[in-house]
Design a binder for this molecule. Structure first.
Ligand code: ZN
Length: 562
C-alpha cells in the first residue's frame, strides 16, 4: 500500500461527539477495570482515527495548497480541530476523575496522565471560538508565505527556492537574492504585523480566560514541558550567552577573514566558504538511494525503516509552486506510518532532511507500539534529540552525499549547530518579552527584537537592508507565528545531541544502542528522563554547555577549510 492509497474521509463531528459522550459515560459508570479499559481503548481508537483524517488532510494540503479539495478540507479542520481537543479533554477528564486511574497507569505511559492534566488546564469550552480564530490566523500566515512568487534569475521563485541563492558563490547574486527575499516580506509588512498582533492579543486573551496571568505559562503547558520552568530556561539562555555566543562569534570572524571581507554584511552570513558551501553531488532520486544504503548499513532496524518509507512513498521531498514552506515529519496513526515533507533546493539542507526528518521518522517508527498515540512523539524538547542525534550518527556516510566536500560538510554542520544555539535562544527570549508584555505596540516589538538580536547575534550587520535594522527578521520564523515557545526545544535537544557527537568522536560503541533505546521509549517518558535513559547530561546542569562547546571549538580549529 502506498501513501496515495491512504483513505481520507471527512469526520462527522456531530456523530463523533455522540460516540465520545457515550464512551465518557461508560468510563464514568464502569463497574470493573476491564469495562473501564475497554471503553478507554474504544475512545482512543476513535480519536486516533479522527487525528489520522485531520493529518491526511493537512499533509495533502501542505503538499499542494492550490488543491481545491484539500483546501476546503483544511478550512474544515481549522474550524473543527478544536472539537477533537474538546473530545480528548472529555475522555481525559473522565480518566483523571476515575477510581481506576491508578490501575490504568500499569497499561498506559505516565506521560499520558501528565499531558492529560495539561490538556485540561489549557482548554475550556469558552475558548472554542478563540482557538478557531487562532487556527485561521496561522493558516493565513502559512498561505502568505507559501503563495510568494518572486521573479528572480529568470525564474518564478518561492521564498524557499530563493534561499538557495544565499549560498551562491557570486556576491552580487547573494546580495540580489537577499534583497528580493526581504523585499517581498517588506511588501507584506503591514499584513504580517497585523497577523502577529492579532495572534499575540488573542493568545493573551485565551490565557486570561483560562485563569493564567498571561500566555507564557499557558505556552509552556501547551508545549508539555515537564520538570523545568521559565526560570530554568532563563538560566539556560544565560549559559548560551556566556558559553556559545563567544564560540559563534569566533566562527563568524573566521568566516570574515576566510572570505577576505572588511565586514560581514548580512547577505554573506550563509556563505561560509570561498569555495562555496558544501553541496550534495546528486539528484533527489540518487540521494534517496544513498540514504537507503546508509540506513541498511547503520543497523537492521534503520534498514527495515527506510524500506518501509520508500516502498510506501512516505517522502515528499522536492520544492514545488503552491507547496508550503519548511520541512516536517508527522505520524499517520491508522497506517502506523511516519511521513516526511520537505522542499529540496540543492543545498546541504536536502541531506539534513534525509538525516534530521528521517531521525524523527525512525523514532516514531520504533515507537509505534505505544498507545495512546499522543505518547508516540515525545514533547518537542525530547523529539529533536532523535532527529539531531541522527544527523550525527549519519556522519560516516556523508562522503557519499558530499564527495570531496565532506570535510567542509563536517565543519559546516558542526559550526551551524553552534551558531544555531544563540539564534534559538533569541527566538525564545523574544517570545518571553512579547507574551509577558502583551501591551507592547507593533513598533516596540520590533525594537525588542533588534535589541535582543544585538546581544545574541552581535555579528549581524544590516546596513544595506534598513528593513531588517528595524527588527523584522522574525517575520520569516514560522514558529514565532504558529508554534509559540517551540524554538528553545531545538537548542535543548541540540545540546543533548552534541553529547552523542562527542561519544561518537570518542569511539563509544554503545552510543547507537542508547540512541535506539530512546527511539523505542518515544514519548512514553518526559524530556529529563529521556536524557537520563540515553546516559547523557541534562542541558540544565551547570557547566554542561561549557564542556561541549570547548570540544566543538577544538574540533573546528583543527579542520582546514577554505
Ligand atoms: Zn525536527
Amino acid at each position: 500500500m502506498k501513501f496515495q492509497d491512504y483513505q481520507y474521509q471527512r469526520i462527522n463531528i456531530e456523530d463523533m461527539g455522540m460516540q465520545i459522550a457515550q464512551l465518557t459515560t461508560l468510563l464514568n459508570d464502569a463497574t470493573s477495570y476491564q469495562e473501564f479499559l475497554q471503553a478507554f481503548k474504544e475512545a482512543e481508537k476513535l480519536l486516533s482515527h479522527a487525528s489520522t483524517m485531520e493529518n491526511l488532510s493537512y499533509i495533502r494540503h501542505s503538499i499542494n495548497t492550490k488543491d481545491e479539495f484539500y483546501d476546503k478540507e483544511n478550512d474544515f479542520w481549522d474550524e473543527h480541530e478544536p472539537f477533537l481537543q474538546k473530545f480528548l479533554v472529555s475522555v481525559v477528564k473522565a480518566v483523571l476523575d476515575s477510581p481506576y486511574k491508578e490501575e490504568l497507569k500499569k497499561d498506559v505511559p505516565e506521560t499520558f496522565f501528565l499531558i492529560g492534566e495539561n490538556a485540561l488546564r489549557s482548554f475550556d469550552e469558552s475558548i472554542m471560538e478563540d482557538l478557531q480564530e487562532e487556527n485561521r490566523l496561522t493558516s493565513e500566515y502559512d498561505k502568505l508565505i507559501a503563495s510568494a512568487q518572486i521573479e528572480f534569475d529568470g525564474k518564478t521563485c518561492t521564498l524557499a527556492s530563493l534561499m538557495a541563492y544565499f549560498e551562491n558563490p557570486k556576491e552580487e547574486v547573494r546580495r540580489a537574492a537577499f534583497g528580493a527575499y526581504w523585499g517581498y516580506l517588506e511588501e507584506q509588512e503591514a499584513q504580517l504585523d497585523h497577523i502577529y498582533d492579532q495572534l499575540v492579543k488573542l493568545r493573551d486573551k485565551i490565557a486570561k480566560k483560562l485563569g493564567f496571568d498571561n500566555f507564557v505559562e499557558l505556552g509552556y503547558i501547551r508545549m508539555d514541558r515537564f520538570g523545568y520552568h521559565q526560570e530554568e530556561v532563563a538560566t539556560y539562555r544565560r549559559q548560551i550567552l556566556n558559553d556559545a555566543v563567544p564560540v559563534a562569534n569566533k566562527l563568524y570572524e573566521a568566516q570574515r577573514v576566510r572570505l577576505g571581507l572588511d565586514k560581514m554584511l548580512a547577505h554573506n552570513n550563509d556563505y561560509v566558504f570561498n569555495t562555496g558551501n558544501p553541496t550534495p553531488k546528486h539528484d533527489k532520486d540518487t540521494m534517496v538511494g544513498i540514504a537507503k544504503e546508509m540506513y541498511h548499513e547503520m543497523s537492521a532496524e534503520t534498514g527495515e525503516f527506510i524500506d518501509f518509507m520508500i516502498e510506501r512513498e512516505l517522502l515528499d521531498l522536492e520544492a514545488k509552486p503552491g507547496k508550503m514552506a519548511g520541512g516536517y515529519c508527522t505520524y499517520i496513526s491508522n497506517y502506523q506510518s511516519p511521513f516526511i515533507f520537505s522542499n529540496f533546493n540543492g543545498t546541504s539542507g536536502d541531506v539534513d532532511v534525509l538525516t534530521h526528518e528521517a531521525g524523527h521518522a525512525f523514532q516514531v517508527y520504533c515507537s509505534r507500539w505505544i498507545k495512546p498515540e499522543n505518547c508516540i512523539f515525545p514533547s518537542s524538547d525530547g523529539a529533536e534529540i532523535h532527529s539531531m542525534g541522527m544527523e550525527f550518527f549519519a556522519w560516516p556516510w556523508m562522503e557519499r552525499f558530499f564527495g570531496e566536500d565532506v570535510d567542509k560538510y563536517y565543519y559546516y554542520h558542526l559550526a551551524s549547530t553552534i551558531k544555531f544555539l544563540p539564534y534559538g535562544a533569541l527566538v525564545d527570549h523574544y517570545q518571553h518579552e512579547v507574551y509577558n508584555h502583551p501591551e507592547m505596540s507593533i513598533a516596540q516589538r520590533k525594537d525588542t527584537w533588534r535589541r535582543l538580536e544585538k546581544q545574541y547575534l552581535p555579528h549581524k550587520n544590516y546596513e544595506e537592508v534598513p528593513f531588517l535594522e528595524k527588527g523584522t527578521w522574525w517575520f520569516r520564523q514560522l514558529h514565532i507565528f504558529n508554534y509559540p515557545f517551540y524554538y528553545i526545544d531545538y537548542t535543548l535537544a541540540q545540546v543533548v545531541a552534541l553529547q552523542f557527537w562527542r561519544r561518537l568522536q570518542e569511539g563509544d560503541e554503545k552510543a547507537f544502542e542508547d540512541y535506539h533505546a530512546i527511539c523505542k521509549i518515544g514519548g512514553s517518558k518526559i524530556f529529563t528522563d529521556i536524557v537520563k535513559a540515553a546516559n547523557l547530561k541534562s542541558p540544565f546542569e551547570e557547566g554542561c554547555l561549557v564542556d561541549v562547546m570547548k570540544l566543538a571549538d577544538q574540533y573546528l580549529e583543527n579542520i582546514q577549510v577554505k
